[in-house]
Design a protein around this ligand. Sequence first.
Ligand code: SF4
Length: 230
Amino acid sequence: MDDKILYDITKFTVLDYEEHLSAVLWFGGCNMRCPYCYNSDIVFAKEGNFDKDELFRFLKSRQRRLEAVVLSGGECTLYKKLPQLAREIKELGYKIKIDTNGTNPKMLKEMLKDNLLDFISLDYKAPSYKYQEITKHKNFTLFKESLIHFIENEANFEVRTTVHTDLLDENDINHIIKDLYDKGYKNSYYIQNYMHQEKILGTLKEQTTELDITKIKTDLIDVKFRNFKI
Ligand code: SF4
C-alpha cells in the first residue's frame, strides 16, 4: 500500500472465518453510517497504521501457522488496489474471506472472476425501502447487483443482517427473506441480534424488545439466528 490505509491487523482469530485460523485486515473508511456500527474509529479513519511492507512481513512470518486472511473494515472495497493486494496474499498460499456491504459490484465481480475470494460475507443491511434511512447510502441497486451476481455465479457466500428492533422489525426481515428466495438464494441467511456496546456510531440504546423469531418465515430459505436466546 502506498499509503497506510490498513487501520489494524488482528493477528489470530478463529471467529471471523469459520473453521479457519485467520488474520483480519481492517481497512479504514466506509461509505455507510450504520447506527449500530461498533467500528467507528475505523469508519472515520483517514490514515491507517500499517503499510504494505509491514503487512507482508507479518503474513510471511505466519505462512505455516495461519490458513486465511479476512479482508474487513470499514468497507475494504473502497481501497482501489484491493484486487492486486488479494492476489499477492493468495500467492503466499492464504485463503481469502471478504466482509462487504456489496456496494462495489464492479470490484467484487472482478475479484470473483479471478478466483481471489474463497468466501464472501455479504451484508443485506435493510430492505430497499429502509436502506438509505439505516445506512445513509443511497444506492441499493449496487448492493443488489452484487447479490444477484453472487447468486447467478454460485459464489461461496453468506448473506447476513444485523437487527436492532428500533430499525428493523419482523416484517422487514420477512421482506428480505422473500426477496432472497425470489432471487434464487440457496445458502443460509444469518439474522444477527444486535449486541449493545457503549461506543457505536449512532445513538442506539439497548433493545427494549428483541426480534420475535417465531414470526420469521423459515419455510422459504434456510434461516439461522445468531446471538438470540433460542
Ligand atoms: S457496520 Fe456499516 S458503517 Fe460500520 S463498517 Fe459496516 S457498513 Fe460501515
